[in-house]
Design a protein around this ligand. Structure first.
Ligand SMILES: [Zn+2]
Length: 345
């Protein structure tokens, strides 16, 4: 693709990965050529907002949505304007990173690839959110060959009821590749605090916000409404009954249920509570697939839930014994390992 007048590749607008959905539905629409474009009625006020920001030349580069707005709005009538320096350097940062990798990590990595090819020992299928702050190999200190990682908006695994007539999504295919083809014994679902997808799911309680019309315009809303609705329903039940009340979730089999207290110390926000509910709800969704049934029934496949607190860097394991997410630290790790060894190995 050739760069456009402002350095953006033609037809590939930058949309904030952190927010996913544009704040105001009225502002953007999808024109014929597939490129998101500004509504002329609203572009003037947005331009003013951008120009009034404290440091307009710097701020857009820090916020991809602003970068996109900047480029789209000013391209209309100011073809000579330049993109803020930060956004130009986005790809530069990636290319320079690759060059550094070539000089430092590549050789070792290729050796590890060869070892994995000859002795594959993957330990888990790991589902987590696509949020840029979630880097599971770093916070689990795992390496080449250790985990099959699947990331999406909100660490959601669609229920098997949506796998109809060959129509499927990535997640069940990944479960089959990991647990059946590669015989992996553990599935981990890892949610996190300040999850933009969960914030949006929480907002989807509003009927207008989640209307059919809005879902047709926003793949993210459609994804969450279709596949995370069960989490939202469960969360709303908890909200009605009071956050201190126990919840019941299904795990590996319909007979294997477990009780959960969500954030009993009331440390986290409502959307973080929803994120924890969503994380546990995925266990049931995973277990809904027939091709996993025998392995789950015979205890040769296990499902775990983790939760990452973005603010502190702490990681929690859902302990079915303790009926809550327990921080994994120097004091708790032994007890948690004991539980895992006893029930899930
Ligand atoms: Zn997230």
């Amino acid at each position: 693709m050739t760069p456009g007048p402002l350095g953006i590749e033609d037809g590939v607008p930058k949309i904030a990965p952190q927010t996913g959905v544009l704040e105001d539905d009225r502002t953007f629409h999808s024109p014929q050529d597939g490129e998101l474009a500004a509504d002329p009625l609203l572009s003037s006020s947005l331009k003013l907002t951008l120009l009034r920001s404290d440091s307009p030349l710097e701020r857009p580069g820090n916020y991809p949505l602003l970068t996109f707005l900047w480029a789209t709005l000013f391209r209309c009538d100011n073809g000579g304007a330049k993109l803020p320096p930060h956004s130009i350097s986005d790809m530069d940062r990636i290319i320079r990173g690759i060059m550094k990798y070539r000089q430092t990590g590549r050789k070792t990595m290729v050796q590890q690839f060869e070892q994995v090819r000859d002795n594959p020992e993957p330990k888990a299928v790991f589902f987590t959110c696509m949020d840029s702050r979630m880097i599971p190999t770093r916070f689990t200190e795992t390496n080449v060959g250790d985990m099959f990682i699947v990331r999406n908006a909100g660490n959601v695994i669609p229920h098997s009821q949506h796998f109809v007539n060959e129509m499927t999504t990535t997640e069940p295919a990944a479960l089959e590749l990991g647990c059946i083809v590669n015989d992996i014994k553990h599935i981990i679902v890892c949610g996190h605090s300040d999850c933009k997808a969960m914030n949006l799911l929480h907002a989807l309680r509003d009927e207008e916000f989640s209307s059919v019309e809005n879902r047709r315009r926003s793949p993210l809303r459609a994804w969450l409404c279709t596949h995370a609705h069960s989490s939202l329903t469960k969360y709303q039940q908890l909200e009605t009954s009071g956050f201190g009340t126990p919840m019941l979730f299904q795990a590996e089999t319909p007979m294997r249920k477990f009780v959960a207290y969500i954030d009993p110390e009331n440390r986290f926000s409502v959307t973080d509570k929803l994120s924890q509910v969503n994380c546990l709800q995925q266990l049931q969704n995973i277990a809904s697939y027939g091709f996993l049934k025998r392995r789950l029934e015979t205890h040769s496949l296990h499902i775990h839930a983790l939760w990452f607190d973005i603010y502190t860097g702490d990681i929690f394991y859902f302990s079915r014994q303790q009926k809550q997410f327990v921080e994994i630290n120097e004091e708790t790790s032994k007890t948690l390992l004991k539980e895992i060894k006893r029930y899930y190995s």
